[in-house]
Design a protein around this ligand. Structure first.
Ligand code: SF4
Length: 397
């Protein structure tokens, strides 16, 4: 039985579900990463058992709504042995609602073997997202990624010849990485026929090796000019090469955008399973503990391993719009921003028009969306938009 707060959620408007499965195992910590994982492969069996229990607990939701997309993220899902992956997928195939249009697995280059690719396809995986990050040895070393550039290139070749849909992640603005070398990486992937690319500027998160190095003065922060130049030049290069820039960090050839990504950005419902996974139903959010042991133990008692749940206030719903849809090529129409008085709508419109004058946003029909220059300043722009809303007279509740 679903917990009361979830059973009471209004789901009349829910049409389909996305499913995110967090696989919390990595061979070692990449120096920039703050995702939740453990290197203890000996716990993979316990993890899989607990995940099957979690799938069963959510059966009332999983069998009620068609599962449109699946995303195995991590961690390093590609490190999970095939027999464990088989058990997970077998459990999902029991649901008649399990007929997904897209099933993505995140992979590290060293796991892209002919054998794995064949097995994943056999399990119904339709898309592989590979963490290349860079083809330069020195950049990979700075990032604490231990695959060799040659392994990354081979992974790309194998993917290109076996999967129709795949993505490669690259990181830019890494100290020691020239803009030209980053653009050469982008060009290599364009020429390899990549249908989708995710380009992330290096940010230094707390709880990472790079953050510790920075604090000890053994690492210099990413250079802002290099960040800006790399971002704008890659954006221009990809758009000139026929890619659609469909979210701040994401590019796809026409028709090859990730359906699962779109779910997040258009705030469609998704269920997150596994430690640290988040879930969303309009307008409810909940999260699992960021701790494998706590998650396994709770599921061992056949209880939902939910550490936190909340109903989103109007202010939080609005912030979600800025942090998701506003960052996409769809943009945001003032009338669809929730909970605004007419005065607030007018103030928001005025602020967006002023941003358009500065080439930070552009108007497409009735929607405003970020330009590449605006994308570089998105956090500051969101703050300005929220300030404009807060200063105008609000709705009386
Ligand atoms: S970047 Fe990926 S592979 Fe590296 S530690 Fe983070 S989740 Fe694991």
């Amino acid at each position: 039985m679903l917990p009361d707060w979830l059973a009471a959620a209004p789901v009349e408007k829910v049409e389909t579900l996305g499913l995110y499965i967090h696989v919390p195992f990595c061979r070692r910590a990449c120096h920039y990463c703050d995702f939740y994982f453990t290197p203890r492969a000996s716990l993979m069996g316990d993890y899989a058992e607990a995940l099957l229990r979690e799938i069963d607990l959510y059966a009332p939701l999983l069998e009620r709504f068609p599962i449109e997309t699946v995303f195995l993220g991590g961690g390093t899902p590609s490190w999970l042995p095939i027999p464990l992956l088989e058990r997970i997928f077998q459990r999902l195939y029991r649901f008649s609602s399990y007929q997904p249009d897209e099933v993505t697995i995140e992979a590290n280059p060293e796991d892209i073997t002919t054998e794995n690719l064949r097995h994943w396809q056999g399990l119904g995986v339709t898309r592989v997202s590979v963490g290349i990050q860079s083809f330069s040895e020195n950049v990979l070393q700075t990032l604490g990624r231990y695959h060799a550039p040659a392994v990354a290139r081979q992974a790309v070749e194998k993917l290109a010849s076996s999967f129709f849909d795949w993505n490669a992640d690259l990181i830019f603005a890494v100290p020691g990485q020239s803009v030209e070398s980053f653009l050469a990486d982008v060009r290599f992937l364009i020429e390899a026929g990549a249908p989708h690319l995710s380009l992330y500027g290096l940010t230094i998160e707390e709880r990472t090796v790079l953050h510790k190095k920075l604090q000890r003065g053994r690492f210099s922060p990413p250079n802002e000019d290099a960040y800006r130049t790399a971002y704008l030049e890659a954006n221009a290069l990809l758009q000139a090469s026929g890619f659609i820039w469909y979210e701040i960090s994401n590019y796809a050839r026409p028709g090859r955008e990730s359906l699962h990504n779109w779910r997040y950005w258009l705030r469609k419902p998704y269920l997150g399973l596994g430690p640290s996974a988040h879930s969303y139903l309009p307008h409810l959010r909940w999260a699992n503990p960021r701790n494998l042991k706590a998650w396994v133990t709770t599921l061992g008692r056949d209880s939902f391993p939910v550490e936190f749940h909340e109903e989103l206030t109007i202010e939080k719903q609005r912030m979600e719009v800025w942090l998701t849809q506003f960052r996409t090529r769809v943009g945001v129409m003032v009338a669809e921003v929730p909970g605004l008085s007419l005065a607030q709508q007018a103030a928001l419109c005025q602020t967006l028009e002023a941003m358009a004058q500065q080439n930070l946003v552009e108007k497409i029909g009735a929607a405003f969306r970020l330009t590449p220059e605006g994308a570089l300043l998105s956090d500051a722009l969101i703050l300005q938009l929220e300030t404009a809303i807060e200063r105008a007279p609000a709705l009386h509740v």
